[in-house]
Design a binder for this molecule. Structure first.
Ligand code: CTP
Ligand code: MG
Length: 235
């Protein structure tokens, strides 16, 4: 069955600091979004990419896609996004043609995901999993904290989950089409990834190995790392 990728790219990038919307910021001269689109279109499985543009930036994103060389076997659609990532993904899904049975959702903010990671997610969905996430073990120990008594005071630590059982989850996350559509119709509370909506339906989400280079560009230091990864790839 055919595979489509939805790329939410409508965020402002507040944590990256002032400037253009994050997905339109350049990495080594090329907009982050174009890197992300190329990373997904590099997979031979992916035949449609739906880019969810900043709400007033759809025309600009269309001309960016036209201006950069992209594989001819891949189709592209651009739709305007919404106020939250969840809403942006839903707007992307509204544009999904019926023939696509597998859907990937990939953050534009993860521009350097290797094609092998994309393919591993697709293959796990095609093997029968309703939802698949790429995931990595954590380097840091994670603590759960409670709110500080007074804002600015130290936060009391309430728990330390066993690190070996925790994973940091990346994108692309892959889904059986019907499962993802039902999740977006059913779950109305705020979530930070699509797989958690499928978990709320009571279905099993599985994890496949993620990749260090699929990290999310979130803060200014991440731009330094992303450009270093690109420079290393050119060697
Ligand atoms: N996203 C989106 N629509 C929104 C918010 C986020 O499509 N209303 C997208 C972003 O463009 C990004 C992905 O969701 O590709 C992951 O979000 P995040 O890394 O949080 O990006 P931003 O929301 O842009 O960054 P920040 O939270 O720092 O403002
Ligand atoms: Mg955000």
């Amino acid at each position: 069955t055919a595979v489509a990728a939805v790329i939410p790219a409508a965020g402002r990038g507040v944590r990256l600091g002032p400037g253009a919307p994050k997905a339109l910021r350049a990495l080594n001269g090329t907009p982050m979004l174009i890197h992300a689109v190329r990373a997904l279109a590099a997979s031979r499985h992916v035949s449609l990419v739906i880019v969810v543009a900043p709400p007033d930036g759809a025309a600009e994103v269309k001309s960016l896609l036209d201006a950069h060389a992209l594989p001819e076997r891949t189709d592209f659609l651009v739709v305007p996004g919404g106020e939250s990532r969840q809403e942006s993904v839903r707007l992307g899904l509204d544009a999904l043609p019926p023939e696509y049975g597998v859907v990937l959702v990939h953050d534009a903010a993860r521009p350097l995901v290797p094609v092998d990671t994309v393919d591993a997610v697709v293959e796990a969905v095609r093997a029968g999993a309703p939802a698949v996430v790429p995931a990595l073990p954590l380097a840091d120990t994670v603590k759960e904290v409670a709110p500080a008594a007074t804002a600015g005071d130290p936060e009391p630590v309430v728990a330390t989950p066993e690190r070996a059982r925790l994973r940091a989850v990346q994108t692309p996350q892959g889904f059986d089409r019907a499962t993802l559509l039902r999740a977006h119709e059913t779950v109305t509370e705020d979530v930070t990834d699509d797989a958690s909506m499928v978990e709320q339906l009571g279905l099993t989400v599985v994890a496949v190995p993620g990749h260090e280079e699929a990290f999310k560009v979130t803060r200014p230091l991440d731009l330094v790392l992303a450009e270093a990864v690109l420079a290393r790839r050119r060697l």
